[in-house]
Design a protein around this ligand. Structure first.
Ligand SMILES: [Zn+2]
Length: 457
């Protein structure tokens, strides 16, 4: 159990992340469950269940009363607020399939759709022009103070999620806290950071935009992609549209990709010379490409005890190949010298604020169970027990602006406890895959496609 040093270490995090935390007098049961615990992955089981029940019940009532679509959905399932009396009743809460957030019309209708799936009071949004594009609409909402982000699948359809400021603040705070608490004691503010993703301030892709908090927690951050990344760029590079325009975009991206790999190697050289502490955050495949190049050139670096790697977004390295997480860690150790215990993966998705993070001891994905209730479903969408494979679903209490009670397209196995470390609460097995039939996507999938058009060579 970490002691005083861990407390000081987390105090530094709380100072740097203070802007994401509402004043304590305004805390709801959700905020108690999210911001209250010092170590989100070490909340004792009984306490976690109490916090979780209060938070989910509170949020279910809010969604039921303030979101007409969800209200009707609950009525169809014959479940009302009064049905949720004890912890065991939580599994009665109707779950929204993730396809719901992809089922949108185009043009001005898209704006109405975004408004209708939003829970609570919408700010005044002004959309210019008769035929606005997706990006025009999203930017108009975001200029009005919202945080709309999306990810896309192989079919080219996006999953759009509307967060209000307080819901967005929770995802930023939780991502930062997840990474930093699990990476103890390697993190410090004076590190040099490399983001293996698009610049968060130039995109609404969740994989990029979601990582704004990195800039609060590390003093010097560079991003792999500094150009604007919008739905049009993604559409072109996801291969949905062919033609000259797509070919030009892909050629430009292939050039950019080579440049990015070389930039990262120069950045490593600079930090080795200056003996800096470094951290990589983002898509594993991009770091994999860098390490492959280093191996081809017969080069290594030595960042032992002064380097960390936080990956996220899925383990597809090429179109038809996944890299085993353990193999990736060994490669990080062999080429960069970074200790395997500081090479950690984070599982997050656009639809949720629940951040699952690897422990150093066993690299299992720990669940923030004070505010988040994980479920594994069978083919009939009925909950299964611990230890069985099935479709991942969750009750996320922390999403104020949309119902965060969702069936995902991911396939997982949940264990009641980590088989390796002593943290309480359930864990996911380290490798999450897609359910058969669900289209391929993931935080980093569109970015991977964007940059890896010639990765296969
Ligand atoms: Zn563990």
């Amino acid at each position: 159990m970490p002691g005083k040093d861990f407390d000081d270490y987390m105090k530094r995090f709380e100072q740097l992340a203070a802007k994401y935390v509402p004043p304590k007098k305004d805390w709801t049961p959700v905020d108690e469950a999210v911001y209250g615990p010092k170590d989100i992955y070490r909340v004792p089981e009984k306490k976690a269940k109490e916090l979780q029940f209060k938070a989910i019940k509170y949020q279910f009532k809010r969604q039921y009363e303030n979101n007409q679509i969800y209200h009707n959905f609950c009525k169809e399932h014959k479940v009302t607020v009064d049905d949720i009396k004890t912890y065991d009743d939580l599994e009665k809460i109707p779950l929204v399939p993730d396809q719901f957030f992809k089922d949108y019309p185009v043009g001005k209708e898209f704006a109405f759709w975004l408004g209708s799936v939003f829970t609570g009071e919408l700010p005044k949004v002004t959309i210019k022009g008769k035929n606005p594009s997706f990006d025009d609409v999203i930017n108009a909402f975001n200029n009005a103070g919202l945080y709309i982000s999306y990810s896309s699948g192989t079919s080219g359809r996006h999953t759009f999620i509307s967060r209000d400021k307080r819901t967005w603040d929770i995802v930023e705070y939780s991502l930062g806290k997840a990474a930093i608490s699990m990476a103890y004691p390697i993190w410090e503010y004076d590190m040099y950071g490399y983001l293996l993703m698009p610049n968060p301030f130039k995109t609404n892709v969740f994989a990029g935009k979601g990582i704004m908090v990195f800039y609060d927690l590390v003093k010097d951050v560079r991003a792999a992609i500094n150009r604007e990344v919008n739905t049009e760029v993604i559409q072109l590079t996801m291969g949905a549209g062919g033609g000259l325009k797509a070919a030009i975009a892909k050629a430009a991206i292939a050039r950019m990709y080579k440049k990015v790999v070389n930039n990262i190697i120069s950045w490593l050289e600079m930090n080795e010379r200056e003996k800096n502490k470094i951290v990589f955050v983002g898509a594993p495949w991009l770091l994999y490409a860098v390490m492959t190049k280093l191996q081809e050139d017969g080069r290594t670096f030595d960042f032992a005890d002064r380097g960390g790697v936080i990956t996220g977004g899925g383990w597809k390295i090429q179109e038809d190949r996944r890299v085993p997480v353990a193999e990736f860690r060994k490669m990080v150790k062999d080429t960069l010298g970074i200790n395997e215990e500081y090479c950690l993966d984070v599982y997050a998705m656009v639809e949720s604020n629940g951040i699952m993070a690897h422990c150093q001891e066993g690299h299992y994905l720990h669940i923030p169970h004070s505010y988040y209730h994980p479920l594994v479903l069978d083919e009939d969408f009925k909950p299964k027990g611990y230890g069985e494979y099935g479709q991942f679903a969750f009750l996320d209490s922390s999403t104020y602006s949309y119902p965060g009670f969702i069936i995902s397209g991911d396939r997982v196995r949940i264990l009641e406890h980590c088989p390796v470390c002593d943290r309480p609460g359930p864990v996911l097995e380290p490798e999450v895959t897609r359910v058969r039939g669900a289209e391929m996507r993931g935080c980093a999938e569109e970015v991977r496609r964007m940059l890896s058009t010639d990765l296969g060579r």
